[in-house]
Design a protein around this ligand. Structure first.
Ligand code: GLC
Length: 620
């Protein structure tokens, strides 16, 4: 097959040729008779390139010449629902000053494409990949917002929900209209024979809210595969048309100015009978192809993989040095281990987890976070915990009891998510502030408890900011916003407790960030201060050496960062008691960047939920 090369622009051509062989090879490996489809894909790539406006092409070039642009320590993310934050996209545009005040330069907007009311899984059931949900605005609004963000140095991240479409998507409608060609884009079965075989090896994502992996469609007299909710039909990537069309949908978002494509639920996209249908090798081929396609059409665009799994499953999504896949991945196990530590006041598991992450190549970029739009799943290192006689089911019960406030001395206010009575398993929802005790303390008017809760909240953020990678705040956390229980009364939401932490942004409370003495001011000011320090010091750069240090107190986590002569010793007391970090760095005087005092990094007395960021003096 001869590719037309003469007429294409040089820049595109060079990039295209660089990846052509590998792309073709992978494509043909997946699709035996994929010649025609591959040819079409290649032609379309050029069209998407031509479609890309000059300002974005310019951005591509700048980023190509500075490939580490997203690894800088001054990156600070925030994720938010457009409607909860500012009603619609124009509203977000009008609030960009606030986001700049928060120091945010990476903005993850939660799903905003057209999806049916009441059957949308928070926007993750997309009915049209080319249209913005009308209540939120239009594609033009999104484009304008992206332009304005770029002017301000803010990058935008958007979900690309590629595992499934909504049953209201045009393809699904055409299936219902009897078009066989469209049926082949999903997994359809006339009876439960094969679905039954799948069910033997495929685990469940939503065991309580959406049990099973298949849905019976009485109007069609068929079963369709639905790994998530029944209205989210899984796409069949064994059909090359599906891959091509979805790639075009991705490139369309990129051409609207989206900088970071969050590949939603990526481990699930390839299914094979007799397997768990997770993380199959074909998934990696597809992600690698998507990476190459972006490098060809829009090299300034980054891929963020959503892989909510244990570290061994997550890391392969970075690909290899020669054949990279995702640019960034979520540091999910660290996040879950953090909440385990809050509930147990025992840092040993967290320390082990951090040692694992710190042992990975420094090129890997992780997104660090305390809370996101999803629940907290207890994907902890149970094989290791078992060494301490910890039983998984009992331990999860303790974590959930503590974090939902059932345990006798608990300050946390969370709710269970997908509690599965058969396995005794359950996940957890709630905002950082509510899980830290702010909600309870405010409700009960207990000053001391509020003081402690705010300190815990700030300490957790300070600990997140010390990790290498991109810290991502959850909108509302910067002002200590608590749970929103109104979803209990909403018929479209009540069954999904993740809405507990998806409440409307409280602009009235945000105003209080300017008023000293309020908890909003305490948290906002502390976060701003720490973020500024983080952005200004070399020791926070991603290429620093990072290790944990033994504090000889199981409640205190110690992290040491070193870069080019700078040294930071960061200490975090996860207990509600005053403790001492029995460290002895013995190398001179340190300045506590947060409290301002000068001290030695030695036998450091720490208040309950205290935090120290000690920078060695005379640091070069
Ligand atoms: C991802 C999203 C989650 C959604 C699921 C299905 O895991 O984070 O919110 O329910 O995908 O699209």
């Amino acid at each position: 097959m001869e590719e037309k090369t003469q007429t294409r622009e040089q820049e595109f051509e060079t990039r295209f040729q660089k990846y052509y062989d590998e792309l073709k090879w992978l494509y043909y490996e997946l699709y035996e008779n994929g010649e025609q489809a591959f040819k079409e894909l290649c032609e379309k790539l050029y069209e998407w390139y031509l479609e890309r406006k000059d300002s974005l092409k310019e951005l591509d070039r700048t980023r190509e010449s500075d490939p580490g642009w997203y690894k800088r320590n001054d990156l600070l993310g925030m994720m938010m629902y457009v409607d909860a934050f500012a009603e619609n996209l124009t509203g977000v545009m009008n609030k960009l000053d606030y986001l700049e005040e928060c120091g945010v330069n990476y903005l993850h907007l939660m799903p905003l494409l057209a999806s049916p009311k009441g059957r949308n899984d928070g926007g993750y059931a997309v009915a049209d990949f080319r249209t913005v949900q009308p209540e939120l605005g239009t594609m033009e609004d999104l484009e304008k917002l992206a332009d304005e963000c770029h002017k301000r140095g803010i990058s935008i991240c958007l979900d690309f929900v590629m595992n499934h479409t909504s049953e209201d998507h045009e393809w699904a409608k055409r299936v219902r209209a009897g078009e066989k060609e469209y049926q082949d884009r999903y997994f359809f079965f006339d009876n439960f024979d094969i679905p039954g075989q799948y069910e033997q090896t495929v685990p469940q994502v939503f065991p309580t809210t959406a049990p099973g992996n298949f849905t019976w469609l009485p109007d069609l007299g068929k079963f369709v595969m639905t790994t998530f909710y029944p209205y989210q039909w899984d796409l069949d990537y064994r059909n090359p048309v599906v891959l091509n069309e979805m790639v075009y949908n991705m490139l369309n978002l990129a051409d609207k100015g989206i900088d970071i494509i969050r590949i939603d639920a990526v481990p699930y996209i390839w299914k094979q009978l007799g397997t768990s249908c997770r993380n199959l090798p074909q998934v990696h081929s597809i992600v690698r192809m998507m990476r190459m396609i972006c490098e060809i059409v829009c090299p300034g665009v980054l891929l963020l993989g959503e892989v909510v799994m244990e570290p061994e499953k997550v890391v392969p999504y970075f690909g290899s040095v020669e054949k990279p896949e995702c640019h960034m991945l979520y540091n999910v196990t660290t996040m879950a281990s953090t909440w385990h530590t809050v509930a147990t006041r025992d840092v040993r598991l967290l320390r082990r987890q951090m040692d694992i992450v710190n042992g990975l190549p420094k090129e890997y970029v992780f997104l660090n976070y305390l809370r996101c739009h999803d629940d907290i799943g207890w994907g902890l290192d149970y094989p290791w915990l078992r060494n301490f006689g910890i039983d998984e089911v009992a331990h999860k019960r303790y974590l959930n009891d503590f974090l939902t406030g059932q345990y006798h001395d608990s300050f946390a206010r969370g709710e269970l998510y997908n509690s599965d009575p058969t396995s005794g398993d359950a996940r957890l929802c709630g905002t950082t502030a509510s899980l830290c005790g702010i909600e309870k303390a405010v409700y009960e008017h207990t000053r001391d408890a509020l003081f402690r809760a705010v300190r815990l909240d700030i300490m957790l953020h300070g600990y997140m900011l010390v990790q290498s990678g991109i810290p991502v705040l959850y909108s509302g956390d910067e002002i200590g916003q608590v749970n929103d229980y109104t979803y209990h009364e909403d018929p479209d939401k009540w069954a999904d407790s993740r809405y507990l932490h998806r409440g409307k942004f409280r602009w009235d409370l945000a105003e209080l960030r300017k008023k000293p003495g309020t908890l909003q001011n305490d948290i906002f000011a502390a976060l701003s201060r720490m973020e500024k320090i983080r952005a200004s010091l070399e020791v926070f750069q991603g290429n620093s050496d990072v290790r944990t240090v033994d504090t000889w107190d199981d409640s205190i986590l110690g992290i040491v960062r070193e870069n080019n002569g700078q040294k930071l010793v960061a200490l975090f007391n996860f207990s509600e008691y005053d403790r001492t970090a029995w460290i002895d760095e013995g190398d001179g005087m340190y300045t506590d960047l947060l409290g301002g005092s000068e001290m030695e990094a030695r036998g450091v007395k720490m208040p309950a939920y205290g935090i120290f960021w000690l920078l060695r003096k005379d640091a070069g």
